[in-house]
Design a protein around this ligand. Structure first.
Ligand code: ZN
Ligand code: ZN
Length: 256
C-alpha cells in the first residue's frame, strides 16, 4: 500500500478534534502520510496551529473561508505575517461561494483578493474554494495574477471547462469523496480527464465522507477510497494515483 496524502481537511473542528489520537492512528494504519489542516478563520487559527505543531505529519494553511461572516476580516499584512511560520504551507481556504451566502457579496470578492495578494507577497500557494461562482472566481484570479503562485482548486465540482482554465492559471485540481457518489457525473468525468501531474486528493473531513461511509463523519484515513475510485475511473491502479497525488502535493507545498 503506497503512501497517500490528504490535501484538505479540518481536524480542528469539534467532530474530529476530540478524537485526534484515533484519527492519527487510522492515518498511520492506512499509510496516509500527511494531512493539510485548512484554516477557516483567524479566530480559530492559533489553536489549529498549536495542534499542527505537535505532529510532523500535519501542516496548516492560514485564511478566512468565504462562508465565514461575522468574523475578523484578514489584511494582507496579517496573513503574510502568520504565513511566515514554517508549518504554514499555503494561504486559504479562500475563494467565492455564491451558493451558501446571499446578498451583496463585494466583501467576499474583496476578501478573496486580499488572500491572493498575501499569497503573492509570501510566495506560497492558494487553496481555493468555488461554489456557483466560477466566472467571477476565474476573473479575479486573472486580475490579481494568482498564476504567479498557483495552488489548488479544492473539492472540485465545476465543469471540465473551468478545470481547464484553472489549470492554465497554474492550479491543480483536488477531488474529494464526491467522486465516489454515483450521481456526481460531472466530477467523475473531470476525474477521468485531469492530467496526473495536476491531480490531488482530499477528504474535506469531517464533511463529504466517500462511499461506503457516505453521510457519516469523514476523516483523513478515508482519502484512500477517493484515490481508489479515481483509479477505477481512469483505468489506473490505486498505487499510481497515490504516487502521483503524493508527488504533486509535496512539490506544491514543499518538503514537509
Ligand atoms: Zn471548501
Ligand atoms: Zn475546507
Amino acid at each position: 500500500m503506497r503512501p497517500v496524502v490528504d490535501s484538505h481537511c479540518h481536524l480542528d473542528l469539534p467532530e474530529l478534534v476530540d478524537d485526534l489520537p484515533g484519527v492519527l492512528e487510522r492515518m498511520e494504519a492506512c499509510n496516509v502520510v500527511h494531512a493539510l489542516c485548512v484554516s477557516i478563520s483567524l479566530e480559530a487559527f492559533p489553536e489549529m496551529l498549536r495542534m499542527v505543531e505537535r505532529y510532523a505529519k500535519l501542516s496548516a494553511s492560514v485564511g478566512v473561508h468565504p462562508d465565514q461572516q461575522n468574523v475578523r476580516e484578514p489584511s494582507v499584512e496579517e496573513l503574510t505575517r502568520l504565513a511566515t511560520h514554517s508549518k504554514v504551507v499555503a494561504i486559504g481556504e479562500t475563494g467565492l461561494d455564491y451558493y451558501r451566502v446571499e446578498g451583496d457579496l463585494d466583501w467576499q470578492r474583496n476578501r478573496f483578493r486580499t488572500h491572493i495578494r498575501a499569497a503573492r507577497e509570501i510566495g506560497k500557494p492558494l487553496i481555493v474554494h468555488c461554489r456557483a461562482a466560477a466566472d467571477d472566481l476565474l476573473r479575479i484570479m486573472r486580475e490579481e495574477h494568482a498564476a504567479e503562485v498557483g495552488g489548488v482548486m479544492h473539492c472540485f465540482t465545476e465543469t471540465w471547462e473551468v478545470a481547464e482554465q484553472a489549470m492554465e492559471l497554474n492550479f491543480a485540481i483536488s477531488l474529494s469523496g464526491i467522486v465516489t457518489f454515483k450521481n456526481a457525473g460531472n466530477v467523475r468525468a473531470v476525474a477521468q480527464r485531469v492530467p496526473s501531474e495536476r491531480l490531488l486528493v482530499e477528504t474535506d473531513s469531517p464533511y463529504l465522507a466517500p462511499v461506503p461511509f457516505r453521510g457519516k463523519r469523514n476523516e483523513p484515513a478515508y482519502v484512500r477510497y477517493v484515490a481508489e475510485e479515481i483509479a477505477r475511473l481512469r483505468g489506473a491502479t490505486a498505487d499510481e494515483i497515490s504516487r502521483s497525488t503524493c508527488a504533486n502535493f509535496f512539490e506544491m507545498f514543499g518538503a514537509l
